[in-house]
Design a protein around this ligand. Structure first.
Ligand SMILES: [Zn+2]
Length: 245
C-alpha cells in the first residue's frame, strides 16, 4: 500500500483502522566500483515495501538522500548535512502526525542517518508532538545479521557490503553491466570515526570498507530481503501493541 498511489479519501479510510506508516530512507553515495550509488535507498525501499505488502501497512515515498559527507571524495555522492536531514525528518513527521498517523517508522538503509533521525524525534517529543517515532535499520536485527554472516563471514565488512550489493543485484540486474567484478584484497585498516571525505578515501581508496562485494549474488539477495523483512515484521508487531498516546 503506497501512499504515492492513493487518493486522500483512501488515506482517510486507512486512518480509520491504522495509525502506522513506514518511511524508507537511504542515501545517494558511492558503493565502490562494484555497487550502485543508489544502493542504500533502493534496498531500504524494497524491504519497507516487502514489509508493507506482508503486513498490509502504508509505505510513504522514499527519502532517497541521506547523510554522506564522508563519501564526497568519490564522484556521484550527493550528501545532506545532518542538520538538513533533521529538518526534513521533522517536517515529514509533523505532516504525518497532523493527518492522524501516530506510529511513524523510518526504515533505514544507511548508518549515517541514524543519529540525525533520533535527534529529530527527540526534538519533536520535546515540542510535545504526540506519537511513536523510530528508525529501524534493516541490517541490525539478529536474524538478518546471522543470514549475512553465514553467507559472507568476515567479507561482509561495513560499506559496499556483499549483502546490500546482493539485494541490488536482485532488484536492478541490468544496472550491473559495466561494474567491476574482479576480486581484490579485503583490507582491515585500523581507523577512527567519523572521517572527513579525504580521510575516508585515504583509509578506503576504492570506497569499500572491509568488504568483498564481488561475492554478491541475486539469490543471496533474495534470502537477505526475506530475512530482513521477517525481522522487521516481528519488531513492528510489538510496536503495534504499544499504547501510543
Ligand atoms: Zn550502503
Amino acid at each position: 500500500m503506497l501512499l504515492e498511489n492513493m487518493a486522500y479519501t483512501e488515506v482517510e479510510t486507512y486512518l480509520n483502522e491504522k495509525d502506522i506508516i513506514l518511511v524508507p530512507v537511504g542515501s545517494v553515495e558511492q558503493h565502490s566500483p562494484y555497487g550502485l550509488i543508489g544502493t542504500d535507498f533502493i534496498v531500504a525501499e524494497a524491504i519497507a515495501r516487502t514489509v508493507g505488502d506482508n503486513m498490509n501497512l502504508m509505505v510513504a515515498p522514499t527519502v532517497c538522500y541521506g547523510v554522506s559527507p564522508h563519501h564526497m571524495a568519490f564522484k556521484g555522492t550527493v550528501a545532506l548535512s545532518p542538520s538538513t536531514l533533521i529538518i526534513v525528518a521533522e517536517d515529514i513527521v509533523r505532516s504525518l502526525v497532523a493527518h492522524g498517523f501516530r506510529r511513524i517508522l523510518f526504515i533505514n538503509g544507511h548508518g549515517g542517518n541514524i543519529v540525525p533521525l533520533e535527534t529529530a524525534f527527540r526534538q519533536l517529543k520535546d515540542e510535545g508532538l504526540s506519537g511513536y517515532f523510530d528508525v529501524l535499520s534493516w541490517y541490525t536485527e539478529a536474524g538478518v545479521k546471522q543470514t549475512c554472516r553465514e553467507a559472507f563471514g568476515d567479507n561482509e565488512g561495513h560499506h559496499a557490503t556483499p549483502s546490500e550489493v546482493s539485494i541490488t543485484k536482485l532488484l536492478r540486474p541490468s544496472a550491473f553491466s559495466g561494474k567491476a567484478i574482479s576480486e581484490q584484497k579485503v583490507e582491515k585498516p585500523k581507523y577512527y570515526w567519523p572521517l572527513t571525505a579525504a580521510e575516508m578515501r585515504t583509509f578506503f581508496p576504492d570506497g569499500r570498507m572491509e568488504s568483498a562485494p564481488w561475492l554478491a549474488t541475486a539469490e543471496l539477495g533474495k534470502q537477505i530481503v526475506a530475512k530482513a523483512a521477517e525481522d522487521l515484521e516481528q519488531k513492528i508487531k510489538d510496536i503495534l501493541t504499544l499504547n501510543v498516546l
